[in-house]
Design a protein around this ligand. Structure first.
Ligand code: ADP
Ligand code: MG
Length: 332
């Protein structure tokens, strides 16, 4: 039935992203626990209504690898999107808590993301309406049943446009061709998956150098644009860094008066340098190394689609593996 804000009781905040915040809530009439994403939209009522219409397609998405959708509504000046609550949170939170993720789990993550993407493209042709799915560890969710699901795929072109006005969508998970302005294709998501898998297996963002702290660069996601730096976001990013600096005494290469690697340098690095790999050599199964290499082919024409990658030996192995994700979930 129709969701109303009055029926939702806040339980706690789950996190904040660049476009808004996510809260754990209870739908009082039914007792259902949900995750409510609140997106501040500075747009005309007609645009808000259009966004709401576009979001309705999520009602038709039914897959074990896609977060379920309960409904969306306007709560001026926000749009609220209510979705399935995943009690173990996102994979970035998990590795920051427990350290590098077991490679068997990483294989199951790869399988789930490929299945989810293939479902979205094949069943709903979501790629044709929108700009992408934004694959990154914070958009891959996990629960205590051992399920892995993706969220925040761009079903609403209008929503993406509206957010882009305030938060320019330059992501450090972005493929070299998209950084260079090429059109979005399914192959771009495959690149983002490759970067995410290395991040999970190593327990740090792959582009940070090894002795420095991990996540600071990935935190720049969406906050900057090479062509249009947003002063407010810049300020926010700086505050976040300063906060981290206070919390951790460990030296971080990004900090200090000038950053060692700015977001611009990072984007240039992604375009010009060889892609990261699952290293050191020999630490991970050969099949895993090979899978990640094929996700991170810099030429999008050489990169495979999610559907083709489902046939990769490492993914077939993950599919038949008896690794117990539910048991693993109970360890943290
Ligand atoms: P981002 O994905 O960039 O971190 P979001 O606003 O999309 O920003 O989400 C903020 C955080 O809220 C995520 O990092 C994730 O940990 C948490 N979150 C989002 N959706 C859910 C959900 N359905 N269930 C549980 N936690 C969620
Ligand atoms: Mg998200």
């Amino acid at each position: 039935h129709d969701l109303r804000n009055e029926d939702l009781k806040d339980i706690r905040e789950l996190g904040q992203g660049n476009g808004g915040s996510v809260k754990k809530v209870e739908h009082l009439p039914t007792g259902t626990i949900m995750a409510k994403k609140i997106v501040l939209i500075d747009a005309k009522p007609s645009v808000r209504k259009q966004i709401l219409r576009e979001l309705q397609i999520m009602h038709d998405c039914h897959s074990d690898y896609i977060i379920s959708f309960y409904g969306a509504f306007i709560s001026d000046p926000n749009i609220c999107i209510c979705m399935e609550y995943m009690d173990k949170g996102s994979l970035d939170g998990i590795y920051k808590k427990i350290g590098p993720i077991d490679i068997d789990v990483v294989g199951k993550v790869a399988l789930a993301v490929l299945e989810g993407l293939t479902y979205l493209y094949d069943v709903h042709r979501i790629i044709h309406r929108v700009m992408g799915t934004d694959i990154k560890p914070s958009n891959i969710l996990f629960n205590s049943k051992g399920q892995i699901k993706i969220c925040d795929f761009g079903v609403s072109g209008e929503l993406i446009n509206s957010i882009a006005d305030t938060f320019v969508g330059t992501s450090t998970y972005m493929s070299p061709e998209r950084i260079q302005g090429a059109q979005y294709t399914v192959k771009s998501d495959v690149w983002s998956l490759g970067i995410s898998l290395i991040e999970l297996a190593l327990g740090r963002f792959p582009f940070a150098d090894s002795e420095s702290d991990d996540s600071d660069l990935s935190d720049f996601e969406g906050t900057l644009s090479p062509s249009r730096p947003n002063p407010l976001s810049l300020q926010k990013a700086k505050e976040q860094r300063d906060k981290k600096k206070k919390r951790k005494s460990k030296g971080v290469s990004l900090q200090g008066g000038g950053m060692t690697m700015s977001i611009l340098e990072l984007l240039q690095h992604i375009v010009n340098e060889p892609a990261p790999r699952l290293t050191p050599e020999g630490r991970f199964p050969k099949e895993a190394e090979d899978f990640v290499d094929s996700c991170l082919l810099k030429d999008p024409d050489a990169r495979k689609t999610p559907k083709d990658l489902l046939k990769h030996p490492w993914i077939e192995h993950a599919r038949s593996s008896t690794f117990d994700l539910e048991a693993w979930a109970s360890t943290f």
